[in-house]
Write a protein of this length. Structure first.
Length: 343
């Protein structure tokens, strides 16, 4: 029996099984108990051996670690659409090199205490760190202790470490250029309450495109929302209502979650998308094609990001590191659907 079989029996992802076997947060108590019961009942491992070290002895492993918080990367982050797809691609890439993937979730305030464990990780040959919500100081702390490391989904140019990240600046630029090309001039911006490298880079790209056309975002056209909520948000409803007749004709949202939330809020307000308001998101999650109207968004090459990250980490692991660090940008593309229209 393989870990994939346990996942199927428990009706969960392989990452959830790995988290349960590692004794790490990221799965509910009920799910963890169900997984461990299946493990015991099937004889996959003896009751006294529920540790990844013993489960996987003799195989080759890489580890994916995420620092969870209440802002961007949630405790059960593997269930968030963007990360679900990214993790699946990482698992596939690891498998293609003959490696299995282990998972670790670290609470945001426990990183310093977990550094020693990551440094002495004898199970895995290298670490992919999900850097989505990490500060420069946090990434620096990890890179100073882990030899074979690739940081995913963020980039700090001044750090001597390997990074693979989407071209956020390009994506923001593409979104603004699309709306400008459709004739929009009063363009608003929907930003996340939680700030991180990706969002800041998207804003810079967006502003650069506007500046080329002598445009700016008016202060009253800047909305701030929760980044992981897809239902209507009262902050947007109230802000939009206060604008009266001075409303923007288009909005760029820093992620698809917020774009979907805006569309639902617009429906609630009786604002027709795209007839009265064009909306652009970022990430191209699966839900972008389910919402009505289908969301125009920035597509992120998650499979390519995963492939580059795993390829680099395998090379580091099998060549015992490298004095040269690489920072890799993966370009984005605009996917035009039905949430935007020309004026």
């Amino acid at each position: 029996m393989k870990i994939e079989d346990i996942a199927k029996l428990a009706n969960v992802s392989k990452s959830a099984v790995s988290l349960a076997l590692n004794g790490k947060p990221g799965v509910s108590s009920e799910t963890r108990d169900r997984i461990l019961k299946i493990v015991q009942d099937t004889g996959y491992i003896q009751r006294s051996q529920l540790h990844a070290q013993q489960v996987f002895r003799g195989n080759k492993f890489l580890r994916l670690a995420a620092l969870t918080n209440s802002g961007i990367v949630l405790d059960e982050y593997e269930k968030q659409p963007f990360f679900t797809e990214l993790i699946r691609h990482i698992e596939d890439q690891c498998s293609s090199y003959g490696y299995s993937l282990l998972f670790s979730s670290i609470q945001g305030d426990q990183l310093a205490g977990e550094i020693g464990r990551l440094e002495s990780d004898y199970e895995a040959s290298g670490l992919i760190l999900l850097g989505t919500n990490l500060t420069r100081e946090q990434v620096s702390l990890v890179s100073g202790h882990v030899r074979n490391l690739v940081v995913l989904d963020t980039c700090y140019e001044s750090l001597a470490a390997d990074f693979v990240v989407m071209n956020n600046f390009m994506g923001g630029y593409q979104a603004a250029s699309h709306l400008i090309g459709l004739g929009h001039r009063d363009i608003g911006y929907v930003q996340s309450k939680s700030r991180m490298y990706n969002f800041d880079a998207r804003r810079r790209g967006f502003d650069a495109a506007l500046e080329e056309h002598s445009l700016t975002v008016r202060k009253e056209h800047l909305f701030t929302l929760a980044p992981t909520v897809v239902s209507s948000q009262e902050e947007f409803v109230q802000g939009w209502t206060r604008l009266g007749d001075s409303r923007p004709t288009a909005l760029f949202c820093e992620c698809d979650y917020m774009a979907i939330s805006v569309i639902k809020s617009a429906h609630e307000l009786g604002v027709r998308v795209p007839d009265e308001l064009s909306v652009v998101g970022f990430d191209d999650i699966a839900e972008a094609e389910v919402i009505t109207p289908e969301l125009t968004t920035i597509h992120v090459e998650k499979e390519k990001i995963a492939a580059l990250a795993v390829e680099r980490l395998v090379r580091l692991a099998e060549n015992e590191g490298s004095p040269l660090h690489l920072k890799t940008l993966v370009d984005t593309t605009l996917v035009e659907r039905k949430s935007t229209r020309a004026l």
